[in-house]
Design a protein around this ligand. Structure first.
Ligand SMILES: O=C(CO)COP(=O)(O)O
Length: 253
């Protein structure tokens, strides 16, 4: 059975004290994600270790980096390698977030390199895809998102593709308060699974978790996560409020 995942993406928010209080408050709520569930916190690099400490000994809680570089090590000032993440015990990394694609010009090809190295070091990538508003308005979102998958993921083996989590985040729904309806989310997730099935086969596609992201909050999580092809969410703004994110974890199916 594929995993249901509630993933927080803190982005570039919080100072150290607030970060520590937030994660401690959430962990203290004592929610125990089930065997096929996970609560993941993607936090800024400087907070990785304090976050790791906060979830120590808790089952099915994981920490993620929000990014990594595509090279093993070397003269790349300011970058962070997956080897460093692995040495800290980090198990997930968010790759290809639309903010990275937009502000740091990350292409599908470059992301393929980052995905390769993440898998090499046994770190689970949460690979983000999603269309901008102009594409949604033109009605070509299915082709747009399929190309993102083809160019970044289609070189993987059937084994390796199942080690990747996908997050569908329509750019027009990120931080706007404008959520895709649960029907829109289901429609796109079913399409993504069909694209994956076309390349890797139905069984493999059925094992891949596809999260929805874009204005998920406590009040809409249950409805969105209840869709058959939606396997949880990647949550920005609402993940910065303990009570909101606690409810979101509880909303996993
Ligand atoms: O980008 C997102 C998560 O990665 C979504 O952000 P919001 O939940 O703030 O819309």
């Amino acid at each position: 059975m594929r995993k249901q995942i509630a993933a927080a993406n803190w982005k570039m928010n919080l100072t150290v004290d607030k970060a520590e209080t937030l994660i401690n408050d959430i962990v203290a709520a004592g929610i125990q994600p089930g065997q096929d569930q996970a609560a993941v916190f993607a936090v800024p690099f400087p907070y990785l270790q304090l976050a790791q400490k906060a979830i120590e000994g808790k089952h099915n809680y994981f920490i993620a980096a929000e990014n990594c570089y595509s090279k093993k090590s070397g003269a790349y000032t300011g970058e962070v390698s997956v080897e460093m993440l692995q040495s800290l015990g980090i198990q997930y990394v968010v790759l290809g977030h639309s903010e990275r694609r937009e502000y740091f010009q990350e292409s599908n090809q470059f992301l393929a390199e980052k995905l390769n190295i993440a898998l090499e070091y046994n770190i689970t990538p949460i690979f983000c895809c999603g269309e901008p508003l102009s594409i949604r308005e033109a009605g070509t979102q299915n082709e747009f998102v399929a190309t993102q998958l083809e160019e970044s993921l289609f070189h993987f083996s059937k084994d390796d593709i199942q080690k990747i989590v996908i997050a569908y985040e329509p750019i027009w729904a990120i931080g706007t308060g404008k959520t895709a309806t649960s029907e829109q989310a289901q429609e796109m997730h079913a399409h993504l699974r069909k694209v994956l099935a076309g390349k890797f086969g139905k069984e493999v596609a059925g094992n891949i978790s596809i999260l929805y992201g874009g204005s998920v909050k406590a009040s809409n999580a249950k409805e969105i996560f209840s869709q058959p092809d939606v396997d949880g969410g990647l949550v920005g703004g609402a993940s910065l409020i303990a009570d909101e994110f606690i409810t979101i974890i509880k909303s996993l199916k």
